[in-house]
Design a protein around this ligand. Structure first.
Ligand code: A2P
Length: 290
């Protein structure tokens, strides 16, 4: 595996980053500080996580120079119509520039319902214009939760190819076709929920356990390493627990045979947003992507 990947902007993104979804404001400052003091150089947050201010404070408290850190945040669904305002708020809360600004979902929402007066591809065009004018504050732009069909629609109209597509990836949601489609277009893929999110049965899966026993590591390391071993893929394990933050940073070089075995864990198990053909994300009320 490689410790970093290079984005289509030329910027370097560290392969392993700390995820902070559901990391409460009271815990996340410490988690970010602790991670950065122990080797992490990549932090992922979002406007909608409600913890950007604490993430910014954790960065400062770590003493690690800002220039050594890769920081991602995301445009919320509720602000597809007002991306400038959302960006200003994110920048103010984080109190620093953003290395990567993602469209969180291709799903404009208003009061928890789809806002059909807006089109997410128009939002991308607005993000492009904002990026062009503010490259000192927004160093790259990208997308999240985009499937193959939407990716093709976007690339037909985009002036700027997204630097990253951040999606759910773990053995029950391998999304190999999507990953290959992104890489073909020079888009780095970032894996969220590499463990399968909270209380994941993948942590006790027999195949994962067998490989973890061989390397004498917790099962989480096998799952995180699986994503880090995929070329052009970066990975965001989330934890607010010191021991886990430390452990999750250790990446194994898995054999091709092990990677094959892990990716063959069937798709009927636990997952969050990813279901075969993305029927899951339709929970936002938008049409399925495939
Ligand atoms: P916590 O943050 O309380 O430590 P994912 O990254 O797939 O979204 O998974 C995040 C979930 O997995 C959180 O509930 C997190 O708990 C838990 N978790 C993170 N690291 C580990 C680990 N090494 N072993 C077991 N559970 C973990």
């Amino acid at each position: 595996y490689h410790e970093t990947v290079t984005l289509n902007t030329g910027a370097i993104m560290p392969t392993v980053g700390l995820g902070t979804w559901k990391s409460a404001p009271g815990q996340v400052e410490h988690a970010v500080e602790f991670a950065l003091k122990n080797g992490y150089k990549h932090i992922d947050t979002a406007y909608d996580y409600g913890n950007e201010a604490e993430v910014g404070q954790g960065i400062k408290a770590s003493g690690v120079p800002r220039s050594e850190i890769f920081l991602t945040t995301k445009l919320p669904n509720s602000q597809h119509g007002t991306p400038e305002k959302a960006l200003e708020e994110s920048l103010a809360a984080l109190d620093t520039y953003i290395d990567l600004w993602l469209m969180h979902w291709p799903a404009p929402m208003k009061h928890g319902r789809p806002d059909r007066s807006l089109n997410w591809i128009d939002t991308w065009k607005k993000m492009e214009a904002i990026y062009e004018k503010n490259k000192d504050k927004v160093r790259a732009i990208g997308v999240s939760n985009i499937g193959v069909k939407y990716l093709k629609e976007l690339l037909k109209e985009a002036k700027i190819v997204p630097a990253v597509n951040q999606v759910e990836l773990h053995p029950s949601c391998a999304q190999e076709a999507l990953v290959q489609e992104c890489l073909k277009d020079g888009i780095i893929v970032t894996a969220y929920s590499p463990l399968g999110s909270d209380n994941s049965p993948l942590l006790k899966d027999p195949v994962v356990s067998k490989i973890a026993a061989k390397y004498n590591v917790p099962t989480a390391n096998v799952l995180i390493s699986l994503q880090a071993n995929r070329p052009g893929v970066t990975v965001l394990p989330k934890s607010v627990t010191n021991a886990r933050i430390l452990a999750n940073f250790k990446i194994l070089d898995l054999t091709d045979e092990e990677i094959k075995e892990l990716n063959a864990i069937d798709e009927t198990r636990h997952f969050r947003a990813c279901k075969p053909h993305w029927t899951g994300w339709g929970s936002l009320g938008w049409e399925d992507q495939e």
